[in-house]
Design a protein around this ligand. Sequence first.
Ligand SMILES: Nc1ncnc2c1ncn2[C@@H]1O[C@H](COP(=O)(O)OP(=O)(O)O)[C@@H](O)[C@H]1O
Ligand SMILES: Nc1ccn([C@@H]2O[C@H](COP(=O)(O)O)[C@@H](O)[C@H]2O)c(=O)n1
Length: 212
Amino acid sequence: MNKNHCVVIAIAGASASGKSLIAHTICNELRQELGTDQIGIISEDAYYKDQSHMPMEERVQTNYDHPKAFDHQLLSQHIKSLQHNQSVEIPVYSYTEHTRTDEVINLTPKKIIIIEGILLLTDSTLRSQIDASIFIDTPLDICLMRRLTRDIMERGRTLDSVMAQYKKTVRPMFLQFIEPSKQHADIIIPRGGKNRIATDILKTRIKYLLNK
Ligand SMILES: Nc1ncnc2c1ncn2[C@@H]1O[C@H](COP(=O)(O)OP(=O)(O)O)[C@@H](O)[C@H]1O
Ligand SMILES: Nc1ccn([C@@H]2O[C@H](COP(=O)(O)O)[C@@H](O)[C@H]2O)c(=O)n1
Protein backbone atom coordinates (compact mmCIF):
# COMPACT_ATOMS: atom_id res chain seq x y z
CA MET A 1 0.00 0.00 0.00
CA ASN A 2 1.30 3.44 -0.91
CA LYS A 3 1.14 6.15 1.72
CA ASN A 4 -0.30 9.41 0.35
CA HIS A 5 -0.04 12.91 1.76
CA CYS A 6 -2.87 12.82 4.29
CA VAL A 7 -1.88 15.17 7.13
CA VAL A 8 -3.19 14.22 10.57
CA ILE A 9 -3.72 17.03 13.09
CA ALA A 10 -4.68 16.12 16.68
CA ILE A 11 -6.53 18.49 19.02
CA ALA A 12 -6.41 17.33 22.66
CA GLY A 13 -7.35 18.89 26.00
CA ALA A 14 -9.80 18.53 28.87
CA SER A 15 -13.44 17.62 28.37
CA ALA A 16 -15.39 20.73 27.31
CA SER A 17 -12.18 22.72 26.77
CA GLY A 18 -13.39 23.59 23.25
CA LYS A 19 -11.69 20.91 21.11
CA SER A 20 -14.75 20.15 19.03
CA LEU A 21 -15.65 23.84 18.58
CA ILE A 22 -12.21 24.80 17.27
CA ALA A 23 -12.04 21.73 14.97
CA HIS A 24 -15.45 22.50 13.45
CA THR A 25 -14.77 26.26 13.19
CA ILE A 26 -11.55 25.62 11.24
CA CYS A 27 -13.18 23.00 9.03
CA ASN A 28 -16.36 24.99 8.25
CA GLU A 29 -14.53 28.26 7.57
CA LEU A 30 -12.00 26.58 5.26
CA ARG A 31 -14.77 24.70 3.43
CA GLN A 32 -16.58 28.01 2.83
CA GLU A 33 -13.46 29.94 1.87
CA LEU A 34 -11.90 27.30 -0.36
CA GLY A 35 -14.97 25.29 -1.39
CA THR A 36 -13.04 22.16 -0.56
CA ASP A 37 -14.09 18.88 0.97
CA GLN A 38 -10.49 17.91 1.57
CA ILE A 39 -10.74 18.25 5.37
CA GLY A 40 -12.32 15.61 7.62
CA ILE A 41 -12.95 15.54 11.37
CA ILE A 42 -12.82 12.45 13.58
CA SER A 43 -13.86 12.47 17.23
CA GLU A 44 -11.95 10.15 19.57
CA ASP A 45 -15.30 9.67 21.37
CA ALA A 46 -16.51 7.59 18.40
CA TYR A 47 -13.95 5.01 19.52
CA TYR A 48 -15.31 4.44 23.04
CA LYS A 49 -15.49 0.66 23.43
CA ASP A 50 -18.76 -1.06 22.62
CA GLN A 51 -20.61 -1.93 25.84
CA SER A 52 -23.82 -3.31 24.34
CA HIS A 53 -23.23 -6.65 26.12
CA MET A 54 -23.28 -4.89 29.53
CA PRO A 55 -26.38 -3.93 31.57
CA MET A 56 -27.04 -0.18 31.93
CA GLU A 57 -26.22 -0.22 35.66
CA GLU A 58 -22.71 -1.40 34.77
CA ARG A 59 -22.27 0.99 31.82
CA VAL A 60 -22.87 4.05 34.00
CA GLN A 61 -20.04 2.92 36.29
CA THR A 62 -17.39 2.85 33.50
CA ASN A 63 -14.50 5.29 33.89
CA TYR A 64 -14.85 7.14 30.57
CA ASP A 65 -11.79 9.29 31.23
CA HIS A 66 -9.31 6.39 31.44
CA PRO A 67 -7.38 5.37 28.28
CA LYS A 68 -8.75 1.83 28.67
CA ALA A 69 -12.26 3.09 27.86
CA PHE A 70 -11.19 3.69 24.25
CA ASP A 71 -10.46 1.34 21.35
CA HIS A 72 -7.37 3.29 20.31
CA GLN A 73 -6.25 0.31 18.23
CA LEU A 74 -9.25 0.73 15.91
CA LEU A 75 -8.64 4.49 15.71
CA SER A 76 -5.02 3.81 14.81
CA GLN A 77 -6.07 1.31 12.08
CA HIS A 78 -8.48 3.88 10.67
CA ILE A 79 -5.80 6.58 10.55
CA LYS A 80 -3.52 4.12 8.76
CA SER A 81 -6.24 3.29 6.20
CA LEU A 82 -6.95 6.97 5.52
CA GLN A 83 -3.23 7.60 5.12
CA HIS A 84 -3.25 4.81 2.52
CA ASN A 85 -6.14 6.38 0.63
CA GLN A 86 -8.83 3.98 1.87
CA SER A 87 -12.26 4.91 3.26
CA VAL A 88 -13.19 3.95 6.82
CA GLU A 89 -16.44 3.28 8.69
CA ILE A 90 -16.46 5.36 11.87
CA PRO A 91 -18.62 4.06 14.74
CA VAL A 92 -21.44 6.31 15.98
CA TYR A 93 -21.46 6.60 19.79
CA SER A 94 -24.44 7.29 22.07
CA TYR A 95 -23.71 9.22 25.29
CA THR A 96 -27.19 8.40 26.56
CA GLU A 97 -26.86 4.64 25.97
CA HIS A 98 -23.13 4.64 26.90
CA THR A 99 -22.30 2.41 23.94
CA ARG A 100 -21.96 2.33 20.16
CA THR A 101 -25.09 2.49 18.05
CA ASP A 102 -25.67 0.19 15.05
CA GLU A 103 -24.79 3.05 12.72
CA VAL A 104 -21.45 3.93 11.14
CA ILE A 105 -20.34 6.97 9.15
CA ASN A 106 -18.33 6.43 6.00
CA LEU A 107 -15.32 8.76 5.80
CA THR A 108 -13.55 9.00 2.46
CA PRO A 109 -9.80 9.83 2.32
CA LYS A 110 -8.98 13.51 2.83
CA LYS A 111 -5.90 15.67 2.47
CA ILE A 112 -6.27 16.88 6.07
CA ILE A 113 -7.76 14.86 8.95
CA ILE A 114 -8.41 16.67 12.26
CA ILE A 115 -8.86 14.29 15.22
CA GLU A 116 -10.15 15.74 18.48
CA GLY A 117 -10.25 13.97 21.84
CA ILE A 118 -9.22 14.03 25.48
CA LEU A 119 -6.65 11.21 25.50
CA LEU A 120 -5.13 11.27 22.00
CA LEU A 121 -1.70 12.38 23.16
CA THR A 122 -1.42 9.69 25.85
CA ASP A 123 -1.07 6.91 23.25
CA SER A 124 2.41 6.48 21.76
CA THR A 125 1.13 4.66 18.63
CA LEU A 126 -1.32 7.46 17.89
CA ARG A 127 1.37 10.06 18.57
CA SER A 128 3.60 8.40 15.97
CA GLN A 129 0.80 8.75 13.36
CA ILE A 130 0.04 12.41 14.12
CA ASP A 131 1.78 15.13 12.09
CA ALA A 132 0.93 18.08 14.36
CA SER A 133 -0.58 18.13 17.84
CA ILE A 134 -2.45 20.91 19.58
CA PHE A 135 -3.46 21.10 23.25
CA ILE A 136 -6.38 23.33 24.24
CA ASP A 137 -5.43 24.76 27.62
CA THR A 138 -8.69 26.01 29.12
CA PRO A 139 -8.90 26.40 32.93
CA LEU A 140 -10.69 23.42 34.54
CA ASP A 141 -13.33 25.52 36.28
CA ILE A 142 -14.38 26.96 32.91
CA CYS A 143 -14.46 23.42 31.44
CA LEU A 144 -16.68 22.26 34.30
CA MET A 145 -19.14 25.11 33.73
CA ARG A 146 -19.32 24.33 30.02
CA ARG A 147 -19.62 20.61 30.66
CA LEU A 148 -22.49 21.07 33.11
CA THR A 149 -24.52 23.00 30.54
CA ARG A 150 -23.64 20.71 27.64
CA ASP A 151 -24.17 17.40 29.43
CA ILE A 152 -27.54 18.47 30.85
CA MET A 153 -28.75 20.01 27.55
CA GLU A 154 -27.24 17.54 25.08
CA ARG A 155 -26.17 14.32 26.78
CA GLY A 156 -29.23 13.55 28.93
CA ARG A 157 -27.51 14.08 32.31
CA THR A 158 -28.65 15.57 35.62
CA LEU A 159 -26.76 18.21 37.61
CA ASP A 160 -26.03 15.64 40.35
CA SER A 161 -24.74 13.00 37.91
CA VAL A 162 -22.40 15.47 36.17
CA MET A 163 -21.02 16.66 39.52
CA ALA A 164 -20.55 13.10 40.86
CA GLN A 165 -18.79 11.90 37.68
CA TYR A 166 -16.60 15.00 37.63
CA LYS A 167 -15.42 14.36 41.19
CA LYS A 168 -14.99 10.58 40.81
CA THR A 169 -13.27 10.30 37.40
CA VAL A 170 -13.22 13.39 35.15
CA ARG A 171 -10.99 15.59 37.34
CA PRO A 172 -8.67 12.83 38.68
CA MET A 173 -8.11 11.39 35.18
CA PHE A 174 -7.44 14.86 33.81
CA LEU A 175 -4.69 15.30 36.41
CA GLN A 176 -3.30 11.77 35.91
CA PHE A 177 -3.40 11.48 32.09
CA ILE A 178 -4.58 14.54 30.14
CA GLU A 179 -2.61 17.35 31.77
CA PRO A 180 0.72 15.39 31.58
CA SER A 181 0.06 14.64 27.88
CA LYS A 182 0.38 18.39 27.17
CA GLN A 183 4.16 17.85 27.04
CA HIS A 184 3.66 16.08 23.68
CA ALA A 185 1.84 19.00 22.04
CA ASP A 186 3.47 21.12 19.34
CA ILE A 187 1.16 24.06 20.02
CA ILE A 188 -0.68 25.00 23.24
CA ILE A 189 -3.77 27.19 22.81
CA PRO A 190 -5.09 29.09 25.82
CA ARG A 191 -8.83 29.60 26.51
CA GLY A 192 -10.23 27.31 23.82
CA GLY A 193 -12.69 27.29 20.99
CA LYS A 194 -13.16 31.02 20.49
CA ASN A 195 -9.47 31.99 20.51
CA ARG A 196 -9.60 33.83 17.18
CA ILE A 197 -5.87 34.41 16.72
CA ALA A 198 -5.05 30.74 17.35
CA THR A 199 -7.84 29.67 14.98
CA ASP A 200 -6.48 31.94 12.23
CA ILE A 201 -2.91 30.68 12.72
CA LEU A 202 -4.08 27.06 12.43
CA LYS A 203 -6.16 27.91 9.34
CA THR A 204 -3.14 29.53 7.68
CA ARG A 205 -1.03 26.44 8.34
CA ILE A 206 -3.75 24.12 7.00
CA LYS A 207 -4.20 26.27 3.86
CA TYR A 208 -0.46 25.98 3.27
CA LEU A 209 -0.65 22.19 3.66
CA LEU A 210 -3.67 22.00 1.30
CA ASN A 211 -1.76 23.88 -1.40
CA LYS A 212 1.42 21.84 -1.06
N1 LIG B 1 -14.62 29.87 24.12
C1 LIG B 1 -15.86 29.44 24.40
N2 LIG B 1 -16.76 30.28 24.93
C2 LIG B 1 -17.99 29.88 25.25
N3 LIG B 1 -18.46 28.61 25.07
C3 LIG B 1 -17.61 27.72 24.55
C4 LIG B 1 -16.27 28.07 24.18
N4 LIG B 1 -15.66 26.96 23.69
C5 LIG B 1 -16.57 25.98 23.76
N5 LIG B 1 -17.74 26.43 24.26
C6 LIG B 1 -18.95 25.62 24.50
O1 LIG B 1 -18.63 24.68 25.53
C7 LIG B 1 -19.18 23.41 25.23
C8 LIG B 1 -18.06 22.40 25.11
O2 LIG B 1 -17.27 22.73 23.98
P1 LIG B 1 -16.74 21.60 23.01
O3 LIG B 1 -16.06 22.24 21.86
O4 LIG B 1 -17.83 20.60 22.71
O5 LIG B 1 -15.67 20.92 24.00
P2 LIG B 1 -14.84 19.58 23.87
O6 LIG B 1 -14.93 19.12 22.45
O7 LIG B 1 -13.45 19.99 24.27
O8 LIG B 1 -15.45 18.64 24.85
C9 LIG B 1 -19.98 23.57 23.94
O9 LIG B 1 -21.32 23.79 24.27
C10 LIG B 1 -19.35 24.80 23.29
O10 LIG B 1 -20.24 25.47 22.45
N1 LIG C 1 -20.74 7.31 27.96
C1 LIG C 1 -19.94 8.38 28.15
C2 LIG C 1 -18.80 8.59 27.38
C3 LIG C 1 -18.02 9.70 27.62
N2 LIG C 1 -18.35 10.56 28.60
C4 LIG C 1 -17.51 11.75 28.88
O1 LIG C 1 -17.17 12.39 27.67
C5 LIG C 1 -15.96 13.12 27.86
C6 LIG C 1 -15.18 13.17 26.57
O2 LIG C 1 -15.88 13.86 25.59
P1 LIG C 1 -15.68 15.43 25.36
O3 LIG C 1 -16.53 15.70 24.16
O4 LIG C 1 -16.16 16.15 26.59
O5 LIG C 1 -14.22 15.67 25.12
C7 LIG C 1 -15.18 12.39 28.94
O6 LIG C 1 -14.72 13.33 29.89
C8 LIG C 1 -16.20 11.41 29.54
O7 LIG C 1 -16.33 11.58 30.92
C9 LIG C 1 -19.46 10.34 29.39
O8 LIG C 1 -19.77 11.13 30.30
N3 LIG C 1 -20.25 9.25 29.13
